[in-house]
Design a protein around this ligand. Sequence first.
Ligand code: SAH
Ligand code: SF4
Ligand code: F3S
Length: 464
Amino acid sequence: MAQSLVVSAQEMDSQMQCAARVREGFPGRTYHIVTYGCQMNAHDSENLAGMLEEMGFAPAAQEEADLVLFNTCCIRDNAERRLLGNVSALSQRKREKPDLLIGVCGCMMQQAGGAQRLLSLCPFVDLVFGTHNLYRLPELLLSALSGQKVLAIGGDERGRIPEGLPVKRASAIQGSLTIMYGCNNFCTYCIVPYVRGRERSRRLADIVREAEEMASAGIQEILLLGQNVNSYDGGATFPELLRALDGVVPRIRFMTSHPKDLSDALIAEMARSRSVCPQFHLPVQSGSDKVLREMNRVYTRAHYLERVRALRQAVPDVGLTTDIIAGFPGETEADFQDTLSLVEEVQYDSAFTFIYSPRAGTRAAAREDFVPPQVQHERLDRLIALQETATARALRSQVGSVQQVLIEGASRRREGYLAGRTGRGMTVNFPGPSSLIGKLVFVRILGTGANTLRGEIAQGECSK
Ligand code: SAH
Ligand code: SF4
Ligand code: F3S
């Protein structure tokens, strides 16, 4: 088992004592969190909110808050640029209200030089901390409230696991549960291993307990989170963890899986499990063996396609989604054609498509054979167009079936309509009363919209 580096109970206690001092010494304050990046960061923000409310802070709109906290991402250049723009825009308000506290945390702050870059542009920021110091928010905030400038970006670069952090969940229906932190894969384009530390898995018992707590709070769907969930190693394998969680809540999803670790045991567990939804996010990144090798993805196109076939054989209605990078250094038109043909062959339900963005300190960023931006954009456009036809086809394939849908809320588009997702992860809009929000119902699929399905509530059996 990978070494578990759980933060000690004494250390968590001393954070709770700091929280009590904030609560008593600085009552009646408000906060606002701005989150960038992936689901991991969104869930970190739920922990940040949980800690702040433990300290007596109440949520508020950004314009009214006493503390504005930015939880940052640095996966691509545009995430960083947006952050710098939005923090800079607060300089005026900070001048008008000097006791406004501005904090910046998360991946970009953990990145080498990230905090310095921010502070040279925005010297008025009061509080900076990285991913390894998230659980220390009470201690850090206490210092900032006492008038100190706080910079906490150190810590064990392998990272540690804070158990028992308070959490304020964004939804009462669906919730995220982190099963492992960090990444060991060092794909040559990716900054994540540098800012999230080495892989470390939570103990099976801790995960099961949290899932049970979520179930008793009424949560219907749990999203298991990790950069690479199928290398989970917390005293059990990932399929064993899924087995232990089966039936705890009606629905379980997970992300992200690495194709190199997609085992037969995981496929078998997916086919067997009552709770695991027939949806699989399996980032491919490229369809070219040469590019995959240069990305250090450790699988070939043939291996990936074989795994997709095995998965579909065991779980015939599985919905596949993926991530793809266009314009990786050295990618030729022929390499890109391999990506298009793979996308054509797999027929994903949807794909997140990105233009390669060099990240300082990664191996690919040191290359000199960058693909010119206009070529990258043109490839991205072709990829998106191809995926749109596959998405439309996948949606159409559902018309006429009856699907189990978890109702997530009122439809944003139409009065009197509800919106929810099928097991496969497709959004469905249908008429119904708001009293059904949070419930699982059967919906007959009648037609398709741009990226969604239309339906009506059906009685009786689900065609799965
Ligand atoms: N751990 C996950 C996802 C990590 S980041 C995985 O391995 O799949 C999410 C996606 O961002 C990646 O799958 C990749 O497609 C994209 N990405 C990561 N670094 C990038 C970069 N430097 N430029 C463009 N896209 C990138
Ligand atoms: Fe990044 Fe690769 Fe790790 Fe995913 S598996 S987080 S893409 S290094
Ligand atoms: Fe996620 Fe961005 Fe960090 S994608 S792990 S928030 S760099």
